[in-house]
Design a protein around this ligand. Structure first.
Ligand code: HPA
Length: 254
């Protein structure tokens, strides 16, 4: 079973025999507040595989504590999910990345976690997993290999990368000094989500695959007059939605 998050909310429309539950009808579930994000848990099949799709996810910048943002991952673990596909919109830090490119997440930098803000903080619940968990194999190598073969066949090779995702708290986009420091840390793309869910998924031993859609190129020069904005982010996502739906459908079926 798989689940897919967020930017591919429209993927839920391709699910066969869907049963849709609105988040507001699920006790204690948070409700999305971001423009362009819906709030449904959609059960059904994709490529003959049973899936649950999260149409809309929860962000730290909305004001939820990380335990609340990630509670849906534990709900999904309890209904039997053991593979998680996470997607996000991200700014390209790597100068080779262009708007509309895809980055398979091979590793991450948990900026919030550096300061001790982690959804696994607090008493450990051993029904889900162990107190101390390894993260050096967080993103499944076999699925990345598989994903690369699929995008190659789809002719997307040139616009696909494998890189390091860094999460910052948001909701503001980064300053020039922040962009340059994140680059120095070795990050290829920056976003405001995903890592908390991955931590909770790894805690309960899920297999994880993730990718970012590069929605804007991060600005790293004081001479650059342009500014990032949410409209360009939504536009970049919409322009890639069809091919990404196809990609995820093939990946799930493989
Ligand atoms: N920074 C942080 N998060 C983002 C960006 C960005 O440039 N683009 C999309 N999400």
């Amino acid at each position: 079973m798989h689940i897919n998050f967020h930017v591919l909310g429209t993927l839920a429309n391709t699910i066969v025999d869907p049963i849709s539950l609105n988040y507001k009808d699920i006790p204690n579930f948070p409700v999305s507040t971001v423009e362009g994000h819906q709030g449904n848990l959609v059960f059904g099949t994709l490529s003959n595989v049973k899936v649950v799709c999260m149409q809309g996810r929860f962000h730290y910048y909305e004001g939820y504590i990380l335990q609340k943002c990630t509670a849906p991952v534990r709900v999904l673990a309890l209904v039997g999910i053991n593979k998680l596909i996470v997607t996000n919109a991200a700014g390209g830090l790597n100068p080779n990345y262009k708007v509309g490119d895809i980055m398979f997440i091979k590793d991450h930098i948990n900026f919030l976690g550096f300061g001790g803000n982690n959804p696994l903080r607090g008493p450990n619940d051993p029904r889900f997993g162990a107190r101390f968990i390894p993260m050096n194999k967080a993103y499944d190598r076999a699925l990345i290999k598989n994903a690369k073969e699929i995008t190659k066949k789809m002719g997307l090779e040139k616009s696909t990368h494998e890189g390091v995702y860094v999460m910052v708290g948001g909701p503001n986009y980064e300053t020039i000094a922040e962009v340059n420091s994140l680059r120095m840390l070795g990050a290829d793309a920056v976003g405001m989500s995903t890592i908390p869910e991955v931590l909770v998924a790894k805690h309960c031993a899920m297999t994880v695959f993730g990718f970012s859609i590069i929605t804007n190129e991060c600005i790293s020069s004081y001479d650059d007059e342009t500014e990032p904005n949410h409209q360009e982010v939504l536009k970049a996502i919409n322009s890639k939605a069809e091919s990404l739906k196809e990609f995820v459908t093939i990946l799930v079926g493989n």
